[in-house]
Design a protein around this ligand. Structure first.
Ligand code: C2E
Ligand code: CA
Ligand code: CA
Ligand code: CA
Length: 279
């Protein structure tokens, strides 16, 4: 097993080279993981640059495999999408994330918003909005404390349905974000059609902004555009202080990245927040 930077191990072979037998085995293992509670939600803090506090965390799934240890989502999300297992997986992540976030608040530990990644397959389920409503009721989390992230390509895939469901989710009080912004082909006019609150600027723009004048100009333009639409800009993949300083100077609203903290298990997230006095 090869180390994947930090806390995850590469166990399964690269997607392209995976044989159909390996895929079948892995699908079987993933089903087992879903039924025996091996999927665990990690959390990565998002720093609000105005209040200088951690006001939100992103929920990122990990597979705690009994033999192979911690497996990163890059190793199994595609297969989950292909097999439809992303639907029960997404539901487990949503429930765990809402439960945990509500529990932190109940215990007086932290009052956070949690953002959960969605697959467009979940949106296409007829009953997704009622599932979200039900999970909020069951866990007690206030709707404003839940944010749902969708990539622009997923939104554009089935635009009318996506807009319709986004409207219903907003009516529930849930916040919405466009993830990986800038990696698709969407234009400003498309963006305007989605009733979202946050735009998460893809890491590829952040990693270049301190290297070239063009990189800085692009990041500045995206932030200005997001603000012109009345939305909040979140920068992903902030790894060095110079990037953070630039983003703060440009009025970017939130930052997320290894500079601050990598995704960590629930207990470690609380330790991080306590140690840094960020709440
Ligand atoms: P994403 O939604 O774009 O999540 C951000 C990814 O960037 C995470 O990888 C995070 O660990 C990583 N990251 C954060 N800060 C930095 C940084 O400063 N530098 C670098 N190089 N990377 C950083 P992770 O956790 O491996 O997740 C990968 C992708 O898997 C996610 O990308 C998301 O598309 C998908 N994913 C994760 N959890 C879920 C889930 O519950 N449901 C669905 N549908 N997809 C998920
Ligand atoms: Ca995300
Ligand atoms: Ca992203
Ligand atoms: Ca992504």
């Amino acid at each position: 097993a090869k180390h994947l930077g930090g806390n995850t191990l590469q166990f399964f072979t690269d997607g392209l080279r995976t044989s159909s037998l390996e895929k079948l085995q892995m699908e079987h293992e993933l089903r087992k993981a879903l039924s025996s509670g091996q999927l665990e939600v990690f959390y990565q803090p998002r720093l609000d640059l105005h209040s200088k506090r951690i006001e939100a965390v992103e929920a990122l799934v990990r597979w705690r495999h009994p033999e192979h240890g911690l497996i990163a989502p890059g190793q199994f999300i595609d297969l989950a999408e292909e097999t439809g297992l992303i639907i029960p997986l997404g539901e487990q992540v949503l429930r765990q994330a809402c439960q945990q976030t509500h529990q932190w608040r109940q215990a007086g530990e932290a009052d956070l918003r949690v953002s959960v990644n969605l697959s467009v397959k979940q949106l296409r389920q007829g009953n997704f909005v009622s599932l979200v409503r039900q999970v909020l009721e069951e866990t007690g989390l206030a709707p404003e404390r839940l944010e749902l992230e969708l990539t622009e390509s997923q939104l554009l895939d089935d635009i009318d349905n996506a807009i319709n469901i986004c409207r219903q989710l907003r009516a529930l009080g849930v916040q919405l974000a466009i993830d990986d912004f800038g990696t698709g082909y969407s234009s400003l006019s498309y963006l305007k059609r989605f009733p979202v609150n946050y735009v998460k600027i893809d890491r590829s723009f952040i990693s270049e902004l301190d290297l070239t004048d063009e990189g800085a100009a692009i990041a500045r333009a995206i932030i200005a555009m997001v603000h012109a639409l009345g939305l909040k800009a979140v920068a992903e993949g902030v790894e060095i202080q110079a990037q953070m300083d630039f983003l703060a100077a440009q009025g970017c609203d939130e930052v997320q990245g290894y500079l601050l903290c990598k995704p960590v298990e629930a207990a470690r997230l609380l330790e991080f927040i306590r140690a840094h006095g960020l709440l």
